[in-house]
Design a protein around this ligand. Structure first.
Ligand SMILES: [Zn+2]
Length: 212
């Protein structure tokens, strides 16, 4: 497939995923963003800043080079473009990223906590606990750095006082991972009403005696 077709395909994936994020209630209004790494290029396509997902069109999606220069698009890219680029740089296998303001995941982040590995599907898909990235102002290099650090080799992390980042080989995997974070966060919060969560048996040793 020629580069141009790959770019168009990636733009379509970003548009569909952005609208799906809004439809599923993971973001509201113009908050959050998502991106795709264009295969066989050093390009990333990402949602534009300050545009509602419901009104977004294919041609509104921005094409950005890995060093941050805008290649195509009539709008500026999302303010979190640096965070997306930093993740792609650190994780060559990641092909798609979603950043949401989902309620339950953000509730855990606001409490200054991580989600311990409590569900099987969480451990299999996200690869363990969902750690908390230290606070960084929106769009800052600090936030990008803290996110890469909290993510490590895993597929999701929480952003202090802010939201959630999920990644995947494809953007549809990243969206699915964001849903798993929401489910794990909800169950984590609920289980505290019933005496507190327990971690999955095969990771219990690692968490013995730790405050969850
Ligand atoms: Zn955000």
């Amino acid at each position: 497939m020629a580069n141009e077709e790959l770019i168009l395909e990636a733009m379509k994936e970003v548009l569909i995923t952005g609208q799906e994020m809004a439809r599923r209630g993971l973001v509201a209004g113009t908050s959050g963003n998502c991106s795709v790494r264009v295969p066989e290029t050093d390009l990333v396509v990402i949602t534009p800043t300050s545009l509602e997902y419901e009104l977004m069109l294919h041609e509104d999606i921005c094409v950005i080079g890995m060093s941050g220069e805008q290649v195509k698009g009539r709008h500026k890219p999302s303010i979190e473009i640096n965070m997306h680029l930093a993740i792609y740089e650190a994780r060559p296998e990641v092909g798609g990223i979603v950043h949401t303001h989902q309620t339950m995941g953000t509730a855990v982040a606001v409490a200054g906590k991580a989600i311990p590995p409590i569900l099987e599907e969480q451990v299999f898909s996200l690869l363990g606990a969902v750690d908390l990235a230290e606070y960084g102002a929106p769009g800052s290099a600090e936030l990008a750095r803290n996110t890469v650090e909290a993510l490590g080799f895993k597929n999701a992390c929480l952003l202090a006082h802010h939201g959630v980042v999920a990644v995947g080989q494809k953007i549809r995997n990243a969206l699915h991972n964001a849903e798993i974070v929401e489910r794990a966060a909800s169950i984590y919060i609920m289980s505290n009403i019933l005496g507190g969560p327990k971690v999955v048996p095969f990771m219990a040793a690692e968490y013995e005696g730790k405050d969850l």
